[in-house]
Design a binder for this molecule. Structure first.
Ligand SMILES: Nc1ncnc2c1ncn2[C@@H]1O[C@H](COP(=O)(O)OP(=O)(O)OP(=O)(O)O)[C@@H](O)[C@H]1O
Ligand SMILES: [Mg+2]
Length: 269
């Protein structure tokens, strides 16, 4: 190589390195953005959770507040209170507070930052998602049917998977309420194949009126909602496709929207 060529070569090398640095910085910035969005999505979920805690606590709180009324009445009237009666009330009190404390544990576990990849049972995560949402489902008369033939195990991040389920359930719930659907219903079906597990979640809210449908996965895309941020599905796709190398797909059926989460079993990808 002559001197001039050599100089040019080093110049190119330098430029390449500079470009690589710029690219790396941009990638890092994008990662930061994703992280921020992820926590925003969790905060939105947190808001929903608090809503659900208050629904789930209303009933036991009512029971608690009326638990000792008969005893108090007797004492006020000077009527003798039997030991058994007191014991029964105390047992009820213990049951109710245990239930309330379990609800809090469920929420706390969900929000724990569990970043470990693991093999988890799908049905357990579906149950956790349902438990966390059941308050507002009941309040809106939404029924949830779950069909799981076996109880397949998925390899991935279990809390993130639950977060995706919650995002999808929330969207279905929003559409069902907003469109005032009679007999609102969500069906979850899980099928296990040789290498993959497909979870289907379908509602009867009439479907998604966005074209092309894939628009809904774009960040900040929200449509027909007052308080939508448009993060839910973007985040869900990121979790399933980037973090768990699966697929999150959508289509409309005769009844409503249908989402498909495809994930893989251990040692399959
Ligand atoms: N099950 C569904 N039925 C009808 N429309 C849906 C359904 N799921 C999603 N959509 C549409 O897709 C849009 C994007 O959903 P996404 O969850 O990303 O954002 P969002 O629900 O508007 O806001 P948030 O960030 O609070 O979740 C929704 O605004 C809605 O128009
Ligand atoms: Mg949403």
């Amino acid at each position: 190589m002559n001197k001039e060529k050599e100089a040019k070569f080093y110049e190119l090398l330098k430029k390449n390195k500079e470009l690589q640095n710029i690219i790396n910085k941009e990638i890092e910035k994008n990662r930061e953005k994703d992280k921020i969005m992820f926590s925003q999505n969790k905060m939105a979920a947190l808001g929903e959770m608090l809503n659900n805690i208050s629904h789930q606590w209303r009933q036991p709180l009512m029971e608690l507040s009326s638990l000792f009324i008969p005893l108090e009445g007797k004492i006020n009237l000077g009527v003798k209170v039997e030991q058994d009666e007191i014991k029964e009330s105390i047992e009820k009190l213990n049951d109710i507070t245990k239930y309330m404390s379990n609800t809090i544990d469920d929420f706390r576990n969900f929000f724990a930052t569990n970043k470990e990849i693991s093999e988890f049972k799908l049905l357990e995560q579906i149950n956790i998602a349902y438990k966390l949402m059941s308050g507002s489902f009941k309040a809106n008369n939404i029924s949830l049917e779950i069909f799981v033939s076996k109880n397949p195990k998925v390899l991935g991040y279990k809390n993130e998977y639950t977060q995706v389920l919650i995002n999808l359930l929330n969207n279905a719930k929003d559409a069902l309420i907003q469109r005032k659907i009679e007999n609102p219903k969500i069906i979850i079906r899980v099928k296990e194949y040789e290498k993959e597990i497909i979870l289907n979640i379908e509602d009867n809210a009439g479907g998604i009126d966005v074209s092309p449908l894939e628009e809904i996965f774009k960040p900040f895309f929200t449509h027909g909602k007052k308080n939508g941020t448009g993060i839910g599905l973007f985040m869900s796709k990121l979790i399933i496709e980037n973090n768990m190398h699966g697929k999150l797909l959508v289509n409309n059926t005769n009844n409503g929207a249908e989402f498909k989460i495809i994930t893989y079993k251990k040692d399959q990808k």
